[in-house]
Every structure is written in C-alpha cells, then in structure tokens.
Design a protein around this ligand. Structure first.
Ligand SMILES: NC(=O)c1ccc[n+]([C@@H]2O[C@H](COP(=O)([O-])OP(=O)(O)OC[C@H]3O[C@@H](n4cnc5c(N)ncnc54)[C@H](OP(=O)(O)O)[C@@H]3O)[C@@H](O)[C@H]2O)c1
Length: 273
C-alpha cells in the first residue's frame, strides 16, 4: 500500500485510500496552501463540501498545482439547504463553476434530510447518468437510511462517508456496507485531536515509533476504509501522509478495535427518521 493506492468502488471507479479533508479550513490562502501541501506529499484525493465555503480555494490550488485532471480525485457534497431535485441540480452547477471543473469524481448527499433525501438522490442519479460525476454516494447515513434506499434508489451509493475511528468503531454499519459493496469512508479519523492523548493509543504509537495521529490513520487503512484526515499545518500534513512504511500488528489492531465507546465529535444521525 502506498499514498496513491486505491479502492475500487462498486461502479469500477478507483478512489485513493488516503484523502485530505478541508472542513474548517478557512477560505482563501489557508485552504489553498493546505491543499497545495497535501498534493506535494503525493495525496491525490481532496474532500470538500458546499458548506465548507472553500470549494473555490480547493479548485484554485488544484489548478495551480498543474496536476493533470485525471490524476486527482475530488469529492464535494450537497448541503442541506440545497437539497431537493431542482436545487441540487442548480447548486451542483455552481459548485463545478466555483471549482473551475467540468466534472466531479464523487458527489455526496451531506446529510440524510428526512423530507428531501429521496428526491435529492434522484438528482444525483441524473447527474451520474449524464456523466457529470464519476460516482455518487451519501454521508452520515445509518443502516436504516441505507436500507430505505433499496426501495427508491436505482443506483446503489458507491460510498457512505461517516465518522469512524477506534473510539467510534461502527461495526454493524461497516459490515452492512461491506455486504452491499458500499465503500465506507472515515471522517474525523483523528477525533479532531480529542483522543490523541489516550493512554492506550499513545503506548501503541510508541511501539511503532509513530504518532497517535499516524496510528489512527493506519488503523482505518488496515480496515480497508478510505480515510480523510484534515490539517492546515504543513508538518502535520506530512506526518498524516507518512503512514505507508509500517504495519500495525494484528494484536495491536485488536486492542485498538476494543477502544470503542461510541464517542462522537460530529453530529449523530442515529435518530434521524
Ligand atoms: N461528511 C461529513 O459530515 C463530515 C463531517 C466532518 C468531517 N468530514 C471530512 O473529514 C475531514 C476530517 O475530519 P475533521 O476535520 O472533522 O477532523 P480530523 O481530521 O479528525 O481532525 C482535524 C483536527 O486535528 C488536528 N490535527 C490534524 N493532524 C494532526 C496531527 N498530526 N496531530 C495533532 N493534531 C492534528 C487539526 O488541526 P490543524 O488543522 O490546526 O492542524 C484539526 O484540528 C474533514 O476535513 C472533512 O473533509 C466530513
């Protein structure tokens, strides 16, 4: 496994396993520089969203990098107040425009809005069929939301992007996704820094001469997930990309697997009907 290693989605499209997140990266030079650093480390997968308000800066960084379009993978997400068929179609165009791109690699519904998620999905299917995005998927969907899709979706989502780390080891959701051939993508893999001082994690990191952040990213990779760490600091971006020269032993994976405490740093979609 290396930094551009991919997983093949259920429609044959290859997604790089290591992505780079830009949630809370400030619009302007902060995001532009962060994406530029990520590309320098060799990362080719950037995860943005309409609500992050930095799609423009991501696009700018990609353009300035001169990485050929076919060599990078970009995800964006339809935000809640843009859901619904017509608004999704319109704001997808706006996202493309703002990023200066002619297609998106992966388009997601950001959140399972009860009243609008079905018609929003129809819009994503239309955009996919028109080849304006190479893959479509969802985010923050529980098993129930995914099961419901079996009744109305003509296309199975390629991805479900959810919060996932050892402290929120969502085994049931992961197993369901594996069975349905939906690739699970882990967001907030570093617990936004909240658990980096966990004693068990720190002691495992010491055994490999790695940092707790690197162990958390590697844990996701060894569970065959796509993983999206975020940082705006050059040295941390480098650190977070430097996870391909070691392997966590089975015994340590099991210890990390046992850390689950349903700890969340992001919104919990469990009770969304
Ligand atoms: N679909 C969704 O609803 C959803 C929700 C949340 C996140 N996401 C995606 O997932 C990405 C990652 O999640 P996240 O941003 O919530 O959290 P995260 O990646 O778990 O953590 C980011 C935080 O950790 C810090 N950090 C980064 N690397 C570090 C390191 N090596 N050592 C110590 N601290 C470090 C960052 O600070 P600095 O930036 O100051 O370095 C930032 O405060 C997002 O950017 C976004 O693309 C999606």
């Amino acid at each position: 496994m290396h930094i551009t290693s991919t997983i093949t989605l259920n429609n044959g499209v290859a997604i790089p396993r290591l992505g780079f997140g830009v949630f809370k990266s400030k619009p302007g030079t902060e995001t532009e520089n962060a994406v530029a650093y990520a590309l320098i480390t060799g990362c080719r997968h950037i995860d943005t969203a309409q609500i992050y308000r930095n799609e423009k800066d991501v696009g700018e960084a990609l353009r300035k990098s001169e990485v050929p379009r076919d060599d990078f993978f970009i995800t964006t997400k339809i935000w809640n107040n843009n859901q619904g068929y017509d608004k999704t179609m319109r704001t997808f165009d706006e996202s493309l425009d703002v990023m200066g791109l002619s297609y998106i690699d992966l388009l997601l519904i950001h959140w399972p809005l009860e009243k609008l998620r079905k018609e929003t999905w129809k819009a994503l299917e239309k955009l996919y069929n028109e080849k304006r995005c190479r893959a479509i998927g969802v985010s923050n969907y529980t098993v129930n939301h995914l099961k419901e899709m079996e009744d109305y979706a003509e296309i199975t989502p390629a991805v479900n992007q959810v919060e996932f780390h050892p402290f929120l080891y969502q085994k049931e959701l992961l197993n369901y996704c594996i069975i349905k051939n939906i690739t699970l993508t882990a967001y907030s893999p570093l617990t936004r820094g909240e658990k980096l001082n966990d004693e068990t994690l720190v002691s495992i990191a010491g055994r490999y001469n790695k940092t707790p952040a690197q162990i958390l990213i590697r844990w996701c990779l060894q569970h065959d997930l796509v993983v999206l760490p975020k940082s705006v600091h050059r040295e941390r971006i480098l650190e977070n990309a430097n996870v391909f020269d070691f392997e966590i032993a089975d015994a340590d994976m099991q210890i990390l697997d046992s850390l689950n405490e349903n700890f969340r740093v992001a919104w919990d979609p469990t009770d969304v009907p």
